[in-house]
Design a protein around this ligand. Structure first.
Ligand SMILES: NC(=O)c1ccc[n+]([C@@H]2O[C@H](COP(=O)([O-])OP(=O)(O)OC[C@H]3O[C@@H](n4cnc5c(N)ncnc54)[C@H](OP(=O)(O)O)[C@@H]3O)[C@@H](O)[C@H]2O)c1
Length: 270
């Protein structure tokens, strides 16, 4: 076990209390990075931080908070500055699904979706990118989804739109960052075993999907980190998912909607 200096760079991970975020924490700690962990469930974060400190001799900072609060990105950034932390990896991962049709949800729920999954990642990137650029070294991973490439479906109305935005945003910032040593990557998982479908109440529905459509969180994260290190702008995780994404770009939109749209709709709650 090597004891890291607190001046060793940090990885800041949103949504680190579960699923992909927790796995990013484990894999980046194993690389020797110190960690800033944030999410709402403080207990889970502290437990993870203690285990990784013990296992890898790293430093951690836990910042519990709700990204639905528009002031949260600024608070996270200020807290990092107060602790003299250099964030080298920013993992914009926190997210959730909101099943059901657009008008079935009151505006505050849509607003929260946009704040947590769209505004907060962009705001955090805007806060941390300049220092990465100045140091000529940094990694920003935006966890999008295969849904960004798949045909549109009814239900989960904002999810595909938000994830498409994250892909385009990542691609543009990737072009800007490359000249300055900052790698920006949109990681696009397909169905992955995490708490995601338990939280949004669609576990039963999606469990009808063939086993071969699912990936483990550790595989997804390993591929995402490798893609960022290679400075890929987009990483669709897994061969099947890459084929679906490729098909979506290769076929005319109306064909893809006919071919796959109805299939995907079976797993979307309206
Ligand atoms: N699992 C999949 O099949 C799949 C597929 C494609 C893309 N994704 C994307 O992958 C990312 C991670 O999801 P996951 O699958 O790991 O789901 P998960 O296991 O449910 O984890 C979601 C994480 O986001 C955090 N979070 C949710 N709302 C938050 C809020 N308001 N403020 C702060 N943190 C919040 C949760 O922490 P707290 O509850 O403690 O706040 C949790 O740590 C998401 O962006 C998701 O859209 C997942």
């Amino acid at each position: 076990m090597t004891q890291q200096d607190s001046s060793t760079p940090y990885a800041l991970i949103t949504g680190a209390s579960a699923g992909l975020g927790k796995e990013f924490a484990k894999q980046l700690a194993a690389k020797g990075l110190n960690l800033v962990l944030t999410a709402r469930r403080e207990g889970q974060l502290r437990e993870l931080a203690a285990a990784l400190e013990k296992q890898h001799g790293i430093h951690t900072l836990v910042i519990p908070g709700d990204l639905a609060d528009e002031n949260e990105p600024e608070r996270i950034h200020t807290t990092c500055q107060q602790h003299g932390i250099t964030v080298e990896w920013l993992i914009n991962n926190a997210g959730f699904g909101l099943p059901g049709e657009f008008d079935a949800h009151p505006w505050p729920e849509h607003k929260k979706t946009l704040q947590v999954m769209l505004t907060a990642p962009v705001h955090l990137a805007h806060l941390f990118y300049p220092a990465m650029k100045a140091r000529k070294r940094g990694y920003i991973l935006n966890i999008a989804s295969l849904a960004a490439f798949a045909p549109p479906t009814a239900g989960h109305t904002l999810y595909e739109a938000v994830k498409s935005f994250l892909v385009k945003f990542s691609q543009s910032l990737h072009l800007e960052g490359t000249d300055h040593g900052v790698h920006v990557t949109a990681v696009c998982p397909g169905f992955t075993y995490t708490e995601f479908h338990d939280v949004n109440g669609t576990r039963q529905m999606v469990s009808r999907l063939p086993e071969s459509m699912w990936m483990q969180a550790d595989e997804v994260v390993t591929l995402g980190i490798a893609a960022a290190e290679k400075n890929q702008d987009v990483c669709v995780t897994g061969g099947k998912n890459r084929f679906i994404a490729w098909l979506s770009s290769a076929l005319p939109d109306r064909w893809m909607r006919k071919l796959a749209g109805k299939q995907i709709q079976k797993y979307r709650k309206r």
